[in-house]
Write a protein that binds this ligand. Structure first.
Ligand code: H2U
Length: 350
């Protein structure tokens, strides 16, 4: 029997945050593709009537102010409302329902619809981070979970090319953070250190999954990444549990690393790289106080669907929907490819 080679031999890897396994099948990278391809992402960005643009009229008839930096407004089509009647007490354990209250907001990153994060200045990205912190501070007083997320690109279901993210705040813990809260708590109880602090320590020594780093942050492809070019943003110092724990230095370096990582992403396939990104930190709400969740480490996640080119995406379908996530190229190969990508955006090259 030949010796195990992770870039050649299939294996499963454990994701300790989600308590699930993923199948890595690197020998499958050579598979030919004659399935669906996605069309380019950038055509509709110049719509002068885009409802998210500064000064534009939104679907509900309200006009946005002529904002010059970030702008937050209540989502005109919210999935969560603040006032809702309580469902009846369940009459059987198999039919459980409980109250779900919340609020949804849209946050524009920039007044121009054609702008994207990697082309924004570090100062402009810093303004986005400051607004994320403000939103977390305000909504976190009332809500158990505040999910900041960005769907970028039509392929990710983004309905509008204007640079923006969404903020959904809820009275309940959604599934993903609920599992992460449990797994991090268990790890902390067992080992006396936060799971992600231990993980980052290992990654800084091993180095083969790191894409880019600065004094305060690391962007790496997690050992257990499911999406081909998935990355995680991890803070190096001070163990911040929530976005509201970040100091000025951490915010400034975060703006820099977000710009750097997104530049590499765009350069990878020479396109405005689609993804779903978002933040996970300690739960919030009235029962919580700053620094009360030592098992948590704040982290950002980028979950991009593209696999081979600007037009060929990874589908999470058959085996993934019925068994468990599967990937072809290894996380180390993905990190290596991203590391090699230029740090100057392809659109800014002479
Ligand atoms: P997505 O592109 O991620 O779908 O986000 C756009 C959000 O903007 C979407 O949730 C909201 C949609 O409900 N929106 C408004 O609130 N008002 C509008 O006039 C257009 C879109």
């Amino acid at each position: 029997m030949t010796e195990f080679n992770p870039t050649e031999h299939q294996h499963v890897r454990y994701n300790p945050l989600k308590d699930e396994w993923i199948l890595v099948s690197p020998h499958r990278c050579l598979r030919p593709w004659s399935g669906q391809t996605e069309s380019g992402q950038e055509e509709q960005a110049s719509d002068p009537n885009n409802p998210l643009k500064a000064g534009a009229v939104r679907a509900n008839g309200q006009r946005n102010p002529v904002y010059t930096s970030t702008y937050v407004f209540p989502n005109d089509f919210p999935a969560l409302l603040e006032r809702v009647p309580e469902p009846p007490t369940p009459d059987h354990p198999l039919f459980q329902a409980s109250q779900a209250k919340g609020t949804c907001r849209v946050m524009c990153f920039h007044p121009e619809s054609s702008m994207t994060i990697p082309l924004m200045t570090v100062e402009e990205i810093l303004a986005v981070i400051e607004e994320w912190v403000n939103q977390m501070k305000e909504l976190g007083r009332r809500y158990t979970w505040v999910q900041i997320f960005e769907n970028k690109g039509a392929v990710m279901g983004c309905s509008n090319p204007h640079p923006h993210c969404q903020i959904w705040a809820s009275s309940f813990m959604p599934n993903e953070p609920r599992v992460k809260d449990r797994t991090q708590k268990q790890y902390f109880t067992q080992y006396g250190k936060p799971l992600l602090v231990d993980y980052l320590e290992q990654e800084l020594v091993k180095k083969d999954r790191i894409v880019i780093q600065n004094a305060e942050w690391v962007a790496l492809v997690p050992y257990w990444a499911a999406w081909p070019y998935e990355t995680m943003l991890l803070p190096k110092n001070g163990q911040p549990q929530r976005l509201t724990d970040l100091n000025d230095e951490q915010k400034k370096d975060l703006a820099e690393i977000i710009k750097g990582l997104n530049t590499k992403y765009d350069n990878l396939f020479k396109c405005s790289f689609p993804y779903c990104m978002g933040w996970h930190g300690a739960p919030t709400g009235p029962g919580h106080t700053p620094r009360d969740s030592p098992h948590w480490l704040l982290h950002g996640l980028y979950l991009p669907p593209l696999l081979r080119s600007a037009t060929v995406k990874k589908f999470m379908v058959g085996y993934e929907m019925l068994a468990q996530p599967q990937r072809d190229l290894t996380p180390e190969q993905a990190a290596h490819t991203l590391r090699e990508c230029d740090t100057v955006h392809y659109k800014l090259k002479k």
